[in-house]
Ligand binder design. Structure first.
Ligand code: AMP
Ligand code: MG
Length: 488
């Protein structure tokens, strides 16, 4: 069910602003399947009304009518500072289809646009589209992308660009910032309605808990702890982990200046505007925890409905302490799996940490290292392992490989079994910046074939796809200086 609370501070009926002469830039048949849209032989919607609908130019298809599109209010902390009211400044929620909310990003001004133009540019819409679908392919919780519709409408950013509308799907677009909004306004009625709605629609098992709101908090926090561990395991940097960009369902949401690590750099900053490195790769877990602390503060009045201030604080503080435990447990499981270790030995953690340090010191490509590690045989002499050639300190990495080979010999699985399990968790393909950039540059020349190709490759990133070997490679030296900032 859509988040359709009434009232000036909750949400506003907002019609999309039409764009001139819309055209398809990208369309995801996989997302279309999620909401039962019939497709033609070109894998586009059979009903031509969908193009106008996903452009924000009309609200009707043969199958659906969206009569009450809304923009919602939320507040939040941006770069660690309370920013007050933000809200859907350029996203309009059309309504529900098949258990998913359909939202148009870049569909024009809303009540919450502040100084913004309500638009998104082609470049950032393609990045959001491709990464949403790539994350889904990786098995990481995310909002989905249905389409990108383009227009010649000019949009001013650092330079003049053109507009696009990205259609997104999610069971709910509720964010941590929605809770912070009502809590900061001391609007406990709305805060409670929001929590009750989330429980009823998405966390029904919390209903029967002794403390439903505390249980809801624990569940949201747990999902986000697991999510950030999954990001770390594939080298994904979100770029803008403000509390308004954190989903109440634990989905990856609001793709902006994100980036996948090419070579491993523990303190990599993907967002060019993030001068202090607040959202650097190694800080993401701690920042997500910090965002959960914001959520805990917002939840305080809900617990105080039944308990004293002191008791409520204690309960939430204790619940918040579960985050690092869940995160660490998930991170260790994921990295053990990346190394092909099914059993658990305490020394494994040191083995993982030593490897990450070596990858960092020698700037080794993160994705291809783990993929190629999947092909190593436990009987191989260390000197024959070609991966060692990627490291500057050969003696150190040889020592690591020696310990690693010894460790995998203690596993009961055969080399073949281990290799196939490792290939299920170590992707061959991720949406590297230079790949997205090539697709964008071609689209800016009206050629959308590369988007289609990337979408197809990244839908099954764990498959070998030998015909697409080039897409697995790290960027050439000249290609890895693509700067992505908040401007989109
Ligand atoms: P973001 O950094 O993209 O998560 O956006 C932060 C806030 O700014 C959100 O409230 C967005 O809706 C709003 N915003 C970003 N870009 C625009 C825009 N072009 N027009 C209106 N609001 C925007
Ligand atoms: Mg945002």
């Amino acid at each position: 069910m859509a988040f359709t609370l009434n009232g000036i501070d909750a949400c506003q009926i907002t019609l999309p602003t039409p764009i001139p002469d819309p055209y398809w830039v990208a369309f995801s048949p996989s997302s279309a399947g999620l909401v039962n849209i019939d497709l033609n032989s070109s894998n586009l919607p059979e009903d031509p009304a969908w193009l106008a609908l996903l452009a924000g130019n009309q609200l009707l298809t043969k199958q659906y009518e969206f009569s009450n599109p809304i923009a919602t209010a939320y507040s939040g902390h941006q770069f660690g500072v309370w920013a007050g009211q933000l809200g859907d400044g350029r996203a309009i929620l059309l309504g529900d289809i098949a258990g998913q909310e359909l939202q148009l990003k870049g569909a024009g001004k809303t009540h919450y646009s502040r100084m913004g133009d309500g638009r998104a540019v082609l470049r950032s819409s393609i990045r959001e589209f491709l990464c949403s679908e790539a994350m889904h392919g990786l098995g990481i919780p995310t909002t989905r992308a249905l389409s990108v519709v383009g227009s010649r409408l000019p949009v001013l950013r650092e330079e003049m660009e053109t507009a696009a509308v990205c259609a997104r799907l999610a069971p709910s677009f509720i964010r941590i910032g929605h809770f912070e909004h009502y809590s900061s306004l001391k609007n406990i009625t709305r805060l409670k309605e929001l929590a009750d709605l989330l429980i009823a629609d998405h966390y029904p098992h919390c209903q029967s808990a002794q403390e439903p709101y505390l249980e809801l908090f624990r569940n949201i926090s747990e999902r986000n702890a697991k999510l950030v561990a999954q990001w770390q395991a594939v080298g994904f940097c979100h770029g803008v982990l403000n509390s308004d960009n954190i989903s109440a369902l634990g989905l990856t949401i609001d793709y902006g200046p994100f980036g996948f690590l090419d070579y491993f750099q523990i303190d990599h900053i993907c967002n060019h505007s993030d001068h202090g490195g607040r959202y650097a790769y190694h800080r993401q877990p701690q920042i997500m925890h910090w965002n959960m602390a914001c959520l805990a503060s917002a939840f305080l009045p809900l617990l105080e409905l039944k308990h004293s201030e002191n008791d409520s604080q204690t309960m939430l503080r204790n619940a918040l302490q579960e985050f690092p435990l869940t995160y660490t447990d998930t991170w260790q499981k994921l990295f053990r799996a990346k190394l092909g270790l099914q059993t658990m030995v305490e020394e494994d953690i040191l083995l993982i940490e030593r490897l990450l340090q070596a990858l960092h010191d020698s700037k080794v490509d993160f994705t291809s290292f783990f993929r190629e590690l999947s092909d190593i045989s436990s009987q191989m002499p260390v000197k024959d392992i070609s991966l060692r050639n990627n490291f500057i300190d050969r003696a150190m990495i040889d020592e690591w490989f020696k310990d690693y080979l010894e460790r995998i010999k203690t596993e009961t699985s055969s080399d073949i079994e281990r290799s196939s399990l490792m290939k299920l968790v170590n992707p061959k393909f991720v949406l590297r910046n230079h790949l997205a950039q090539k697709a964008i540059e071609m689209a800016q020349q009206d050629n959308y074939s590369e988007i289609q190709k990337l979408m197809t490759i990244l839908a099954t990133p764990f498959n070998d796809q030998p015909q697409h070997e080039d897409y697995a490679k790290p960027p050439h030296p000249g290609e890895n200086h693509i700067e992505v900032s908040c401007s989109s």
